[in-house]
Ligand binder design. Structure first.
Ligand SMILES: [Zn+2]
Length: 441
């Protein structure tokens, strides 16, 4: 084929799809047509997250999600406890029946709540061995040692001061409710931050359900959407229990349209061909700011990445703390990329992805206007986040009026002369959306 006919063919292809496109509507991959998404999450509810990090995020207008240990919030009704047989019976049994796979979970659930100082550490240790090293024998050994010491009276009783949290600097439900009103997401990190993998069913359910109930009572339904199982566990039983009680877990996202790269993953998110990649990164005290900024750049320069940042301590309080100076610098950098990256709470990004992937958009031209019907098949009523639609409009439309129910917007047409489009917000399963031209000559 001559180069001349190549040019002619290319021109034809440029024009003809344009005619076919007019009236067509798509749901953009991310809110506001951005190229990636980013969620700032902070775990464990240590006090400087609220005293230091919140004012920085407030000043930049950045939302965030706090995974809080609900039993530690001042004013909570549900605290750490053992749900099951009388602990004395269990302690007595440990004298004659060694710990094995049949009784490990009950014993590991009870050991931290015997009213004694120092026993909780054995739960945590056994849980780590079982969950991360998959060593049942060693986990049973740790629990046997703990109960042997209990029987010998090696642990002093908890005093009231320690039992009530020791008067540590802790956040209150009033403060959390103020944050919730300002657009921050408060989410569950269980009642006591246990190793869920070694809890028996009753105690696993207690940790997940009572934490949810506490949040529901204080903050309402909106904040019962997300959970983070402590230590980012991927234990299948724990995750399954969590996903029966929450819409979304940070530690595991089962949706087929998401490649889920956890904090330890070395995979390159840019190599994923899936519709979305959830790319979790957990900056530690020593993580260089330049590396942290490069994660934001990678997100901005691809189409399918959701960067989920996991922070813990701030200014010396909490695990692997970052300084306020670092947070100011880093959050400022994130804000400077907002033209490309959609910064939103953890639940909002997940809702957007699911509503879009379960969504169906159809548009119809009649007369001089375009009607658009947007539906999704998600059953839970919490999926009410508006989606961004992009409708291609006739070449002679300079602007349009968009109506959905009582909401109305007037927006300019963007794109080129050959194929203009309008991007706008619409609620799924709401009224039909109507686009009518304004200023057509
Ligand atoms: Zn945690």
């Amino acid at each position: 084929m001559s180069s001349r006919s190549c040019v002619a063919l290319a021109a034809l292809f440029l024009i003809s799809p344009a005619f076919g496109q007019v009236g067509r509507t798509e749901i953009t991959r991310w809110q506001y047509g951005k190229t990636g998404a980013l969620s700032i999450t902070l775990d464990d509810g240590s006090i400087n997250q609220f005293r230091v990090a919140v004012p920085i995020m407030d000043s930049l207008g950045l939302p965030a999600t706090f995974f809080i240990i609900t039993g530690e919030v001042i004013g909570s009704r549900y605290h750490g406890t053992f749900v099951g047989r009388p602990p004395e019976t269990i302690i007595e049994e440990t004298a004659t029946v060694p710990t094995n796979q049949d009784n490990l979970f009950e014993r590991a659930s009870a050991i931290g709540f015997l009213g004694l100082q120092g026993t909780l550490a054995f739960h945590t240790r056994a849980g780590e061995i079982y969950d991360e090293h998959h060593d049942l024998t060693q986990a049973c050994q740790v629990i046997d040692d703990a109960y042997a010491k209990v029987r010998q009276g090696a642990f002093p009783p908890l005093d009231e001061h320690t039992a009530s949290g020791g008067g540590r600097n802790r956040v209150t439900w009033d403060e959390l409710s103020g944050l919730a009103r300002r657009g921050y997401e408060i989410a569950s990190h269980t009642v006591t931050h246990p190793r869920l993998a070694v809890l028996d069913d009753a105690n696993l359910i207690y940790e997940l359900e009572k934490s949810r109930q506490e949040i529901l009572d204080h903050l309402g339904c909106k904040h019962t959407f997300s959970v983070e199982c402590p230590y980012g566990t991927e234990n299948q039983r724990a995750v399954a229990f969590a996903l029966e009680r929450y819409q979304l877990a940070r530690n595991f996202m089962p949706d087929a349209f998401v490649d889920d790269l956890d904090r330890a993953s070395q995979k390159d998110p840019a190599a994923s061909r899936n519709e979305y990649v959830r790319w979790q990164r957990g900056p530690l005290t020593a993580t260089p700011l330049s590396l942290m900024k490069s994660w934001v750049d990678t997100t901005a320069s691809h189409q399918n990445i959701w960067l989920v940042l996991v922070f813990h301590g701030v200014d010396g309080i909490g695990w692997q703390p970052r300084t306020s100076a670092d947070l100011k610098d880093y959050f400022g950098y994130i804000q400077s990329k907002e033209d490309h990256v959609w910064v939103a709470t953890f639940q909002d990004v997940a809702k957007y992805m699911r509503e879009r992937m379960h969504g169906d958009v159809r548009s119809y031209r009649h007369g001089n206007s375009i009607s658009v019907v947007l539906r999704d098949d998600l059953k839970d009523s919490s999926y009410d986040l508006p989606l961004t639609l992009k409708t291609y409009v006739p070449a002679n439309w300079p602007a349009a009026e968009i109506r959905q129910g009582g909401r109305m917007d007037r927006l300019e047409v963007t794109g080129d002369k050959m194929l203009g489009y309008i991007t706008y917000q619409a609620v799924p399963n709401g009224e039909t959306i109507t686009l009518t031209p304004i200023g057509v000559k």
